[in-house]
Design a protein around this ligand. Structure first.
Ligand code: FNR
Length: 180
């Protein structure tokens, strides 16, 4: 049976390197697995009063339904100030509310990312670890993918054009998908 991976990019930018990395992953994931791309765009800022009065926002409910159905999750994270971008953490925080906490528990999660700098989001990827541990997710740590110098590897629309990076991504996705 085909395995489904929920893929989330933590950038809202049109030509985002990380959204492009996620699109490339959908093309390079091995046979027997597919990536369902979820969007964090319509997730509001977390507000406990809003949650109390209206419950989970529709965008969060949609993401949770994808999470529930997924065999694994791929987080494609930018790095801001050596950490997780707020918009991405905000979306995952919302997704952990209500029935979401149970959905994360034991879910295999892989983290990758791209940045124009020389360290390819290594700090942001590390910052996800305590978050994922708190969610009781199962972090897939056999592979690592830090895409550095992204400006040289993506086209103007944020498509990953560099062959060596695509090969590394295919290898990463093969390793992750094989464990699902
Ligand atoms: C950045 N950027 C960045 N890059 C990095 O490698 N380490 C960092 O600490 C930071 N810090 C940082 C802070 C803020 C507020 C911004 C807006 C940006 C640069 C970042 O990697 C770059 O903007 C990427 O293009 C963001 O990813 P997307 O949008 O291309 O997916």
């Amino acid at each position: 049976m085909t395995k489904t991976i929920l893929g989330l990019s933590g950038s809202l930018r049109r030509a985002s390197f990380n959204a492009g990395l996620l699109r490339a992953a959908t093309e390079l994931v091995p046979k027997g697995a597919r990536i369902e791309i979820g969007s964090i765009r319509d997730v509001p800022l977390y507000d406990g009063d809003l949650e109390k009065s209206s419950g989970l926002p529709p965008a969060v409910q949609l993401l949770q339904s994808h999470l529930q159905a997924a065999d694994g999750v791929l987080l494609v994270t930018p790095e801001y100030n050596n950490g997780i971008p707020g918009v991405f953490k905000n979306a995952i925080d919302w997704m952990s509310r209500g029935p979401g906490l149970q959905m994360w528990a034991g879910k295999p999660v892989a983290v990758i990312g791209a940045s124009p700098g020389g360290f390819g989001t290594i700090m942001a990827q590390n910052h996800w670890l305590p978050v994922l541990r708190t969610l009781k997710a199962t972090v897939w740590a056999e592979g690592r993918l830090m895409v550095s110098r992204a400006g040289d590897l993506f086209d103007a629309d944020g498509n990953l054009t560099d062959t060596a990076s695509r090969d590394r991504l295919a290898e990463f996705m093969g390793g992750f998908a094989n464990t699902l």
